[in-house]
Design a protein around this ligand. Structure first.
Ligand SMILES: Nc1ncnc2c1ncn2[C@@H]1O[C@H](COP(=O)(O)OP(=O)(O)OP(=O)(O)O)[C@@H](O)[C@H]1O
Ligand SMILES: C[C@@](O)(CCO)CC(=O)[O-]
Ligand SMILES: [Mg+2]
Length: 334
């Protein structure tokens, strides 16, 4: 038997980092996907073919007519840890420890770019392997298992990324609970810096600041939570789109300033944010953990000018759409 599953990337519209401290956040699944194929193998081992990921620490030695590959075990194992933990967790849930499983991954999502590649790979792996092992799980349950994978690998995770990747759409999230917001076409442009940041390290960095200066950092996190509640009210309001977008844009700019205050922006991210605003975006901010990765801009009237400005500033623009669908089982072959 062979199962192919896919799960989407996401953007965090408001509230990254503060969501780890129990504040609310708003996120949407977008139309870039990670595909995972799962099948049994008879060696009793876990085999992972990750085609879009660079495994660091590889050494190649040549001699006469032979070629030897050696890898730094720790670094290779770390990079594949989301997939491995996802498989182990599902095997455990199914009471199938020791069952040989091969997964093969292809992905459209840039890695470490704030678009939730870790959550998408975990959710798609859980989806494919659970179906292979005959476990009947809802997408919501798969999102919760994805959260457990992120906690095991990262040490800290709010769970928003695996939740939105599993269920899709546009959500308001707080401490494991989510609410679907009405679907809306968001006129956004995502700008990719081309560099990556590790969510595990960025979350740990914010934690250190919080522990060193709780009196300073706590009010920043509280303000971020208030931005999210205000944004939710605006999204749910009956206001005209132009008024709603202009209020959301202002909230994005304030949220970006606070993320910068937490130290998760970079020179390149800030350059893309300012380039987008100068080109007419009504709001622009980091999306995801930061430290590289992506920003997004709200540009109801001038998406293409904003995309050009991002390119001139050295970034890669992506015009994406919200994905209503989360985890999808694409194919089950006997
Ligand atoms: N296609 C893939 N195959 C295997 N592992 C992947 C793949 N994509 C992502 N990963 C895993 O996810 C890690 C990146 O996750 P990380 O949380 O740091 O960034 P992100 O999820 O892309 O961004 P963010 O968490 O800010 O949204 C990679 O180092 C790797 O371990
Ligand atoms: C930085 C963070 O808030 C979002 C990463 O996409 C981490 C998390 O919520 O687990
Ligand atoms: Mg991640």
């Amino acid at each position: 038997m062979r199962v192919l599953a896919s799960a989407p990337a996401k953007i965090i519209l408001f509230g990254e980092h503060s969501v780890v401290y129990g504040k609310p956040a708003i996120a949407a699944a977008i139309d870039l996907r990670t595909y995972v194929r799962a099948e049994f193998n008879d060696r009793g081992t876990i085999k992972i073919e990750a085609k879009d990921i660079r495994v660091p620490g590889l050494t190649v030695s040549f001699s006469e007519d032979e070629i030897y590959f050696e890898s730094d075990y720790g670094r290779a194992a770390e990079v594949l840890s989301y997939v491995r933990q996802a498989i182990e967790l599902v095997r455990e849930e199914a009471g199938a420890n020791g069952k040989g499983i091969t997964v093969s991954i292809t992905s459209q999502i840039p890695v470490g770019a704030g678009l939730g590649s870790s959550a998408a790979v975990a959710v798609a792996t859980i989806g494919a392997v659970s179906r292979l092992l005959g476990l009947e799980l809802s997408n919501e349950e798969i999102g919760r298992l994805g959260h457990r994978v992120e906690l095991l690998v990262q040490g800290a995770s709010s769970g928003i990324d695996p939740t939105v990747s599993a269920i899709g759409g546009f959500i308001h999230y707080e401490r494991g609970k989510f609410e679907h917001l009405p679907f809306m076409e968001l006129p956004i442009v995502v700008g990719y810096t081309g560099s990556s940041g590790s969510t595990k390290e960025l979350v740990a960095m914010v934690r250190r600041s919080y522990e060193e200066m709780p009196d300073v950092i706590e009010p920043v996190l509280v303000a971020m939570g208030k931005i999210v509640e205000k944004a939710r009210d605006v999204i749910l309001s009956e206001l005209d789109d132009d008024v709603r977008f202009s209020q959301l844009g202002r909230l994005m700019n304030i949220n970006h300033g606070l993320l910068d205050a937490l130290g998760v922006s970079t020179k390149k991210l800030s350059e893309l944010v300012y380039a987008a605003r100068v080109a007419g975006a009504i709001g622009a901010k980091i999306t995801g953990a930061g430290g590289g990765g992506c920003m997004y801009a709200l540009a109801p009237e001038n998406q293409s000018e904003v995309a050009t400005a991002i390119t001139i500033a050295g970034g890669t623009p992506m015009i994406t759409r919200i994905s209503r669908e989360g985890l999808r089982i694409e194919e089950v072959l006997p």
